[in-house]
Design a protein around this ligand. Structure first.
Ligand code: PAF
Length: 293
């Protein structure tokens, strides 16, 4: 595995390979866990060369968020990458000019709800850095985890709107044995927080099972989840069911794929998770609607 620390270096390393081999890219902020490793494994199946980047992007953290505290574990991450067969590891000191970027990207849709509502500017920071990384790596495929579903939806839209020559591939959420979604931020959880955090998964599962059993009313599904969160003393930042792709709100489940989303602060960690909700046609006919928003 080769490690590059500057743009010039990674460009130089990849240039001779580009015409003969395909490249799959996994952008990360490091502190790699089994979730990231599953992205890397998927990348290895898709292309000849796997490139991973590790860069804690300051542009996607608002003032007061955990930019400084964000775990940085480069040596361990590099070993994991090497053992997983990664070909190139890109670990730049910075990706921006000294006084910050003059030009950034802005997501005008999809970013004003869910995480975007409580983290204004976050997704603009994400798409700006992903765009920079795509320009450097010029991958054929880029793999993103579905835990950050909104991020994945926005990146898909960026690639579509800006006609970028890269295929975006989503990858399943990887969970601990009890169901908690893997996240670099789980390491902020105390033992007590860890137990409490499980309620996010349980609330999503309960909605999923109710939907499978035929419940279509979003209000009812959300109250099932709310009861579980209440019992665990968790006040969610959001608990929502939306159209999986447009992220518009829904009143009833229908044929359009729907997804349930939760974000909550547990101890020092802000955790997010999501799950698909099936539309069960058997118990009653659909009289579905989707809100205009
Ligand atoms: O999902 C992440 O880890 C980050 O948002 C990403 C895509 C690496 C951009 O900094």
């Amino acid at each position: 595995m080769r490690i590059a620390r500057t743009t010039a270096e990674i460009r130089r390393q990849l240039k001779p390979l580009r015409s003969r081999q395909t490249i799959a890219f996994v952008p990360t902020m490091g502190c790699l866990h089994a979730g990231h490793m599953s992205l890397i494994e998927k990348a290895g199946k898709l292309a000849d060369i796997v490139v991973v980047s590790i860069y804690v992007n300051p542009l996607q953290f608002a003032a007061g968020e955990d930019l400084d505290a964000y775990p940085r574990t480069f040596d361990k991450d590099a070993t994991l990458c090497r053992n997983a067969g990664v070909d190139f590891l890109f670990h730049p000191a910075t990706l921006y000019p000294k006084n910050g970027p003059t030009i950034t990207l802005k997501a005008t849709q999809l970013s004003d709800c869910l995480c975007g509502a409580s983290r204004p500017g976050h997704f603009d920071g994400v798409i700006t850095v992903v765009n920079i990384l795509f320009n450097m790596i010029q991958p054929d495929f880029a793999i993103f985890g579905e835990k950050d579903w909104q991020q994945l939806a926005i990146i898909r839209r960026m690639v579509e709107d800006l006609q970028m020559p890269v295929e975006i591939v989503g990858s399943d959420i990887i969970r601990e044995a009890d169901g908690l979604a893997m996240s670099s931020r789980n390491r902020y959880l105390s033992d007590a927080d860890r137990k409490q955090a499980l309620a996010l998964y349980q609330a999503l599962r309960a909605m999923q099972q109710s939907a499978l059993a035929g419940e279509k009313h979003v209000k009812t599904l959300k109250s099932v989840a709310q009861n579980i969160l209440d019992a665990a003393d968790i006040r969610p930042e959001y608990l929502d069911i939306r159209c999986a792709h447009s992220l518009t709100t829904k009143r009833m489940l229908n044929e359009q794929p729907a997804r349930a989303f939760i974000a909550a602060r547990v101890g020092k960690a802000r955790l997010i998770d999501n799950m698909p909700l099936a539309f069960n046609t058997t118990p009653e006919p659909a009289s579905c609607t989707e809100d205009s928003r």
